[in-house]
Design a protein around this ligand. Structure first.
Ligand SMILES: [Zn+2]
Length: 295
């Protein structure tokens, strides 16, 4: 996959003196593109932007080539949940479930109302060959993306997290994440001081406008903040025509024959990225034939 050039990136930052660790992600362009592809309403897009920012920030520790992270959440609110996927190369995709669009229309604009009072989530790290490297399942209070990703980070080390998604003209403007972590031998005092800025809205305000390194140093009061390598992030989905054909091949013979009967091309849509695929009756016949041959 060729990565289109945007400013989307995930980066780790560190204070050598206090050993505070920060994770920062900006996924604005990718989130804007995905929300458009899914036809998300502004309220839904604002939730998707946060989901994607949180997912991107969670991959900063990836070190194996070909590694992937899948975060799937079921929330108690009318939204239903979401699924997001990112590769170690920085290809990001994801979508909301929007189970019940009718009740969503009446649910107001807030993520809290859409997501409800809690969530059950699962984060899976996969190797290149698709085998599971590690998996955490957890339940959390509050179904909004910020609660879910904070719980995910806190399952490893104490973390404060802010996810921000601002809208402009009905489109995503900025989708960003900043996490503060207390790693081994980090200063608790410094953590407590910076933590307050996560709680009082300072960090959220900064992320919504200017999140450059000099600004973050000043706002957070961490003059010695230095950044590590930056991982470029871009939209990228692992879906393909072959994936759909492989999925067809796994279906029972009778189901496939039933699908073939109208003799019309079938429209398939990737639920993660919204891309459409047309599968022709000839391709279906081929799938059926290869099924017979392998028997
Ligand atoms: Zn896709």
């Amino acid at each position: 996959m060729v990565k289109p050039r945007t400013n989307d990136a995930a980066v780790e930052a560190f204070c050598p003196k206090t050993r505070l660790r920060f994770l920062y992600a900006d996924v604005s362009a990718t989130a804007r593109r995905l929300a458009k592809a899914h036809g998300d309403s502004p309220a839904a897009a604002a939730i998707l932007g946060k989901v994607l920012a949180g997912t991107a920030a969670a991959t900063i520790d990836f070190n194996e080539p070909g590694e992937r992270l899948v975060v799937a959440a079921n929330v108690k609110g009318p939204l239903g949940g979401w699924r997001a996927e990112i590769s170690g190369e920085g290809f990001l995709t994801g979508s909301l479930q929007e189970h019940d669009p009718e009740s969503l229309r009446n649910a107001g604009d807030g993520a809290d109302e859409w997501c409800g009072p809690g969530a059950a989530a699962k984060a899976t790290r996969l190797r290149e060959d698709g085998t599971i490297r590690s998996q955490v399942s957890f339940e959390c209070k509050g179904g909004a993306p910020e609660s879910v990703y904070a719980a995910l980070f806190c399952s490893a080390v104490p973390t404060r997290l802010r996810l921000v998604c601002t809208m402009f003209d009905g489109e995503i403007d900025r989708a960003r994440a900043l996490a503060l972590q207390l790693v081994h031998e980090g200063s608790r005092r410094a953590f407590k001081r910076v933590e307050k800025l996560f709680d009082d809205g300072t960090v959220a305000d900064t992320l919504a406008f200017d999140a450059t390194l000099p600004t973050l140093r000043e706002i957070l009061g961490v003059e010695d903040l230095v950044t590590g390598p930056t991982r470029a992030i871009a939209f990228g989905c692992t879906c393909s025509e072959k994936r759909f054909l492989d999925a067809y091949a796994a279906l029972p013979r009778e189901t496939l024959e039933g699908m073939l009967r109208p003799l019309r091309p079938r429209e398939e849509r990737c639920h993660l990225c919204g891309r459409r695929y047309t599968i022709t009756p000839e391709q279906l016949v081929q799938v059926l034939q290869s099924k017979t041959e392998t028997k």
